[in-house]
Every structure is written in structure tokens, then in C-alpha cells.
Ligand binder design. Structure first.
Ligand code: BDP
Length: 703
């Protein structure tokens, strides 16, 4: 078990009762033909069922005498046509499917049926999931279609193989060897399809124009050919200055005729090689990237330039709202720059909005742009790779965080305007909308560096298909598919996952303190270790208090970007959600929380309890010995060891830092009180990342 198969492991069903039931229903597979996507679906069913049932399953065109599994579309299969009424499929679109057990003339059929090949593919993976997670197949009747049309993997991979914010090795895309293909590309496409993901942006948002060069298109086309078989469209990020860098023009001004023609020709050239090319993702005028603002034009002008070039070919543009050119305005700039442009974007352009207004921090409110663009296609960008949430050292299952954001009611179009509904086009009827996830894949054998980090990849993909799924169900599903169905394993691993985000938050940045990590300095440890002294512009701690005042009354006015009821709650320290208190307010260290504890005491307590919990997590994991294979058990144990040490470092650094600033004793730790007299506390033990890591009194004993 090296983790390579991720959740697509198909070991034989170990319980004889279940095995008998599954063999009876699914042991014979009938497929009467279909296109390439159906072929992939059938290949996966053959592979999966052969493994799970422990008997060779092959696809045949004619029905056996006993029960059978039937897959296909009404157009390609008369069996499907007879077993599932056409009206049950027509409303499901290209991607939906039905899985149903049907009894006809004394025979039992389990049917995976869809209107189009793509639906058959997703249905096949769903059927396998039912077996992998030990769901009854008798009387099954499932109808599914995705919440939104766009469900993408975003890779921040560079041409040289490095990955921006990648912690699992180097890029899986080998541009030096492409168009030569590798098996891993197929497995990659399978993995995406298994989650219902239907697009991949294969390069970094900070990109060179070279990906669009004539010489490169053959490489892209080869990769696109593999992805296509699994219904995954290939997209690339475009550098806005490409007409200059590649085309030799003197400008990239969207209003320039030559520039327009250049993009039109480029689009035609791409589609000649890749007929189902998805389109472009663009980061423009942010963090030094070129963009339309360089020419006095707007983001809409820029997006429309590309959108119009792609439109005749069916392509789209995803234009990122992560724009900022000053730390001071960071929380408001996306809103400020995009809201005035509402309704000005082409209908094949989508604004891609990060979940929160800052930058993938452990805790942020939902981005105020959600629901604020009634006439502009919008999609959400989530970060699967754990840039600010512990890389692969810390277990931090982000599904609960994403759920909080998706379930947040913006109230912008009345109650029920949740973020999930906004990005699914159910609040405003967006023709294009959906999900992008910044991936955590690299060429490590297990794809995600740490085995448990793959739960985030799985959770992201599944939520993009259905944002109503619960974190608890997803954690259990992933665990069953990854480590098997032993109830003890399922409960333990699920609980480890579900508690991990809060734990990480506790020993790093409780109450919405936010950005405390070491700045990115080009090293892989950037945004990992604690460094509160270098990020005071975000957490605003000083001798008197802590937190960023974003109120309209006394702060930067960020709260005003929300619907009135949300704004009013956010505006008040008493009414705002406690976990966002310091994101929204600057309060004295002695400010009392609902339970009567002071802010500083809460910070001390959570840092200690959080770090302590990591030790317990390791013990709980270790107790799975004998239930989880040795190799993965040892790998994860080692990770937890690193996390215990790192959590201790966070605790010591932050407790020392805030003790140093506030000079307020920790009421609950007598040993600490005894050791340190706040009046003459001195910092000892050197500095790490420019932060004092130990505090003591003059005798040297202390924290
Ligand atoms: C930040 C990352 C940076 C990305 C940027 C972005 O640190 O590497 O380029 O976001 O999303 O989180 O554009």
C-alpha cells in the first residue's frame, strides 16, 4: 500500500455476506457499446468489480440468464432503453445519471444509465463507490447530476517541474518529455473523473506565455487526448502579455486591433490542435502580473478580449478576482474592482473568486463578492494544497472550512442566497459557474505527499459535484475507500480528519487572528512556520490589544460590503461570530468572550489545548496498528511526529509573542505564573524567524 491508488483501490470485499450480495447483483456486466467515455467507464467497472468481487468480470454485449449489471445510454443500448424510461434521463443533462435496480419478468437488473456517455462514466464511479463503502445494492435508486457546470482542478505547476505551493514533489506533467505519454496521465484523469471533475488547468496562474507558443501546442494536445477519454477538458492559464511576449507586438492593449487579431488567431490555432480545448484562466494585474489595467482598461475589457476570441470555438475565460496591489486594501480590492463591472463581462467569461477576501487563511469570512455580481458568472476558488494550513506536516482537513463558506448565507438576494447556491447558478441564473480547487498533487508516489492530505482532494472534488454533502459523510466515505470498512478505522480516521482544522486553528491563530506564517521567501517552508512579527499588518497586535478593525464605524469599512444583516452582526464585537472576532475587530487583550474568558486567556488556552490534542491524535492513529497496513500506518505516524513538534513550536512562539506584547499572565498555568513575572519578563532562547521563542524570568526558568 503505497497510496498510489488513492481512493480507487479495489480490494476484494472482505465480508462474506456483502461479497455474496454484490456478486449476485454485479457479477455479470452487460455493455452494448458507446463512445470513448463509455469505454473508460466500462474499463473502470471491469477493473473495479474484478478486484472487489474477487472474480473476473468482463463486459459482454448480450444479457446473461441471471441478474446483471447494465450500463449505457438509451441511444446505444436497447436494454437501457427498456429498463429506464427516457423521461427519467432527459432532465439530467450530459453529466447526470441514474443507478437503479429494476425487476423485470423475474430477473434483476442493476442499471447505470445516462443520457450521454459522460453521465455513464460518472455513474460507473458512483456504482463502484457504493460497493467500496458497503452500501446495499438491492433496491438502489439514485438520480444524480452535478450542481454546477464547471468543476476544475487548478494546478500551480511551472514548466520546469516546480510547483508553486506544492508540497508533494514535483509536477506530474513532464513537459520535457511530452508529447510522449505516461501511464500516470491516465491515472490522473481517472482520479479526476472519479470525483466528477471535468476540467484541469495544467499550469500556474503566474505563468509565462510560452504555454501558448506554436511549439508547445503539440504537447498540450497529447495531454488533452488522455484527459478527454475521462471527460476532463484541458485549460491553460494565459499570460495577458502574450501578444507582446510571443507575438512580438508592441502592446497587449485589449482595444488594439492587432492584439485582438492576435488572440483570435491564437485561439483558432489552439482549436485546430485541441478541438475541445476548455479555455483560459487568467491572473491579471495582481502581484505584478500584466493585465488590462496597464492600458487604462478594466478587468472586463481584458476578460472580454480573450472571451471573444474563444467564443466561436466554444471556449471560456476564467478571470480571477484575486487582485491586490496594496496590503491596506487587500480585503476590499476585489469587491471594489469587480462590482462596478457587473454585467459587463461576456457570457463565456466567469469571475473566479477565492473563498475569502484575504488569501486562503485558516479562517476568513466568505468573500463579499459572492452574491454581489448578479449579472456576472461567478465561481469559487478553494485551495486544496495546504499553503497556509500546515503544508503536509499538519493534518488539516479543509472540508469543514469549505462547507462553512459554501453554507454561508450572503442574504444578497434574500434568505437562502448561500455561497453554494450562488456558485451553482441557483441565486442568479449564471450560464457558467462552479468550482476551482488549487490542487495538492505532485509526483510523490502517493500524489499528495501525506496520505491523509488526499482526503482534501477527494473532499474538494465531491463537494464540487454536490456542495450539500456533509463533511462527516465525506470523511467517512474517503476513509472507507482509502483504508477499508473496519468500523473502528472509519470512526477514528473520520474523527481525526473532522477535528483537525479546528485543532490547527487553535494552536496557530484562534479567533480569526489570521496571517501569522512566515513570508514566502522562495523556500518550501514559506507560509508554514510561525512569524507573527513579520505579519503585524494583518493581525495588528500591539501593547494594548489585538485584531484588525474592519468595521465601518472605526475601521476600514470592510463590513459594509455585506448584506445589511450580516454587516450589522459583523460590525458588533458582541454579535459577530466569535471565531471571526479578531478578523473584524481590534480589542483589548482583556476583552471578554461569551464564556467570560478574556481574549488573551483564550489565546493561551487554545494554543496549549490545540498542541496537546495533536499528541492525542497521534495516539489515536497509533491505536490503529493491526487495522491499517504497516506502511501507511508508519508513514502517517511519522507525519504526526513532525506535527507534534511543529504544533509545540507554534504554541511556544505565539504564547511567548503575545505574552511579550500584553504582559498579561496565563491564569491557568500556575507553573508559568510562577516562572515569569510579567514586569520583568525577559526573552531568552534566541529567535526563530525573527520571533522570540522562549520567555522567562531572570532566573531562566519559564515557558
Ligand atoms: C497566494 C500564493 C501565491 C499565488 C497567489 C494567487 O502565495 O503563490 O500566486 O496566492 O492566488 O496565496 O495568485
Amino acid at each position: 500500500e503505497d497510496g498510489y491508488q488513492l481512493w480507487l483501490r479495489y480490494p476484494r470485499v472482505d465480508d462474506p455476506g456483502w461479497l455474496r450480495r454484490y456478486r449476485a447483483a454485479l457479477g455479470s456486466l452487460v455493455w452494448q457499446g458507446g463512445g470513448a467515455l463509455q469505454r473508460s467507464a466500462v474499463d473502470e467497472l471491469v477493473r473495479g468489480l474484478t478486484g472487489l468481487l474477487g472474480t473476473r468480470v468482463t463486459a459482454r454485449a448480450s444479457a446473461p440468464s441471471g441478474p446483471a449489471l447494465v450500463v449505457g445510454t438509451p441511444a446505444g443500448s436497447d436494454l437501457v432503453r427498456t429498463l429506464v424510461p427516457a423521461s427519467d434521463l432527459t432532465g439530467l443533462g450530459e453529466e447526470g445519471y441514474v443507478i437503479r435496480q429494476v425487476h423485470r419478468r423475474g430477473r434483476t437488473w442493476t442499471v447505470v444509465a445516462a443520457q450521454a456517455d459522460r453521465g455513464v462514466l460518472y455513474g460507473a464511479f458512483h456504482l463502484l463507490r457504493l460497493v467500496q463503502t458497503r452500501r446495499p445494492i438491492e433496491h438502489v435508486d439514485i438520480t444524480e447530476s452535478p450542481a454546477a457546470p464547471l468543476r476544475l482542478a487548478n494546478h500551480w505547476d511551472n514548466m520546469d517541474g516546480s510547483i508553486e505551493r506544492g508540497y508533494a514533489g514535483r509536477s506530474i506533467f513532464h513537459w520535457d518529455r511530452l508529447p510522449q505519454l505516461e501511464d500516470r496521465y491516465t491515472d490522473y484523469a481517472r482520479v479526476l473523473a472519479s470525483l466528477g471533475l471535468n476540467g484541469a488547468v495544467i499550469n500556474n496562474v503566474n505563468t509565462t506565455a510560452e504555454y501558448l507558443s506554436a511549439g508547445f501546442l503539440g504537447k498540450l494536445a497529447a495531454l488533452a487526448g488522455v484527459l478527454r477519454r475521462y471527460g476532463v477538458a484541458l485549460y491553460v492559464t494565459a499570460n495577458f502579455a502574450a501578444p507582446i511576449d510571443l507575438g512580438g507586438l508592441g502592446t497587449a492593449d485589449p482595444f488594439d486591433r492587432g492584439v485582438r487579431t492576435w488572440w483570435e488567431r491564437k485561439a483558432a490555432e489552439i482549436y485546430e490542435k485541441i478541438e475541445d480545448f476548455g479555455g483560459f484562466l487568467v491572473k491579471a494585474n495582481s502581484e505584478g502580473r500584466p493585465g488590462p489595467l496597464d492600458y487604462g482598461r478594466t478587468h472586463a475589457d481584458g476578460a472580454n478580449l480573450l472571451a471573444r476570441a474563444l467564443k466561436p470555438h466554444g471556449g471560456i475565460v476564467m478571470w480571477r478576482a484575486f487582485v491586490h496591489d496594496s496590503d491596506q486594501e487587500w480585503d476590499r480590492q476585489g469587491y471594489r474592482d469587480f462590482v462596478p463591472l457587473d454585467g459587463k463581462f461576456e457570457d463565456n467569461a466567469v469571475v473566479q473568486i477565492k473563498n475569502g477576501p484575504i488569501d486562503f487563511q485558516v479562517r476568513e469570512p466568505a468573500h463579499p463578492l459572492f452574491g454581489s455580481l448578479p449579472h456576472t458568472n461567478s465561481m469559487i476558488e478553494l485551495q486544496v494544497t495546504q499553503e497556509y494550513t500546515g503544508h503536509v506536516t499538519h493534518l488539516c482537513y479543509l472540508v469543514p472550512q469549505w462547507k462553512e463558506c459554501l453554507d454561508f448565507d450572503t442574504l444578497k438576494a434574500g434568505p437562502g442566497s448561500t455561497v453554494a447556491r450562488v456558485v451553482s447558478g441557483r441565486v442568479h441564473p449564471y450560464p457558467l459557474c462552479g468550482f476551482a480547487g488549487v490542487m495538492n498533487f505532485g509526483d510523490d508516489r502517493n500524489w499528495t505527499g501525506s496520505h491523509l492530505a488526499a482526503a482534501n482532494t477527494h473532499g474538494y472534488g465531491r463537494l464540487s459535484w454536490n456542495p450539500d454533502l456533509s463533511a462527516r459523510d465525506l470523511a467517512a466515505e474517503w476513509t472507507r475507500m482509502t483504508f477499508g470498512n473496519d468500523p473502528h478505522v472509519v470512526t477514528t480516521v473520520s474523527e481525526l480528519l473532522l477535528g483537525s482544522w479546528r485543532t490547527y486553528e487553535d494552536y496557530t491563530s484562534p479567533l480569526g487572528t489570521g496571517y501569522l506564517t512566515h513570508p514566502p521567501d522562495g523556500s518550501v517552508t514559506g507560509h508554514l512556520d510561525p512569524s507573527p512579527t513579520t505579519t503585524t499588518q494583518f493581525h495588528r497586535s500591539d501593547g494594548e490589544g489585538i485584531g484588525y478593525d474592519r468595521t465601518a464605524a472605526t475601521g476600514d469599512g470592510f463590513t459594509e460590503l455585506y448584506a445589511p444583516a450580516v454587516r450589522d452582526a459583523y460590525e458588533s464585537p458582541a454579535e459577530c461570530p466569535e471565531e471571526l472576532l479578531l478578523f473584524l475587530h481590534h480589542v483589548p487583550y482583556t476583552h471578554r468572550l461569551d464564556d467570560g474568558t478574556t481574549v488573551i486567556q483564550h489565546i493561551y488556552d487554545t494554543h496549549f489545548s490545540g498542541a496537546r490534542r495533536v499528541r492525542r491524535m497521534r495516539e489515536e492513529w497509533d491505536a490503529l496498528r493491526g487495522r491499517v497496513d504497516h506502511r501507511r500506518l508508519a508513514d502517517v505516524h511519522r507525519r504526526f511526529g513532525d506535527q507534534v513538534a511543529a504544533a509545540g513550536q507554534w504554541r511556544d512562539t505565539l504564547v511567548a509573542y503575545w505574552f511579550g506584547l500584553s504582559r498579561i499572565r496565563d491564569e491557568h498555568r500556575a507553573w508559568l505564573q510562577a516562572a515569569i513575572d510579567p514586569a520583568d519578563a525577559v526573552l531568552i532562547g534566541g529567535r526563530r524567524n525573527d520571533v522570540p521563542v522562549r520567555v522567562a524570568n531572570a532566573t531562566g526558568s519559564g515557558l
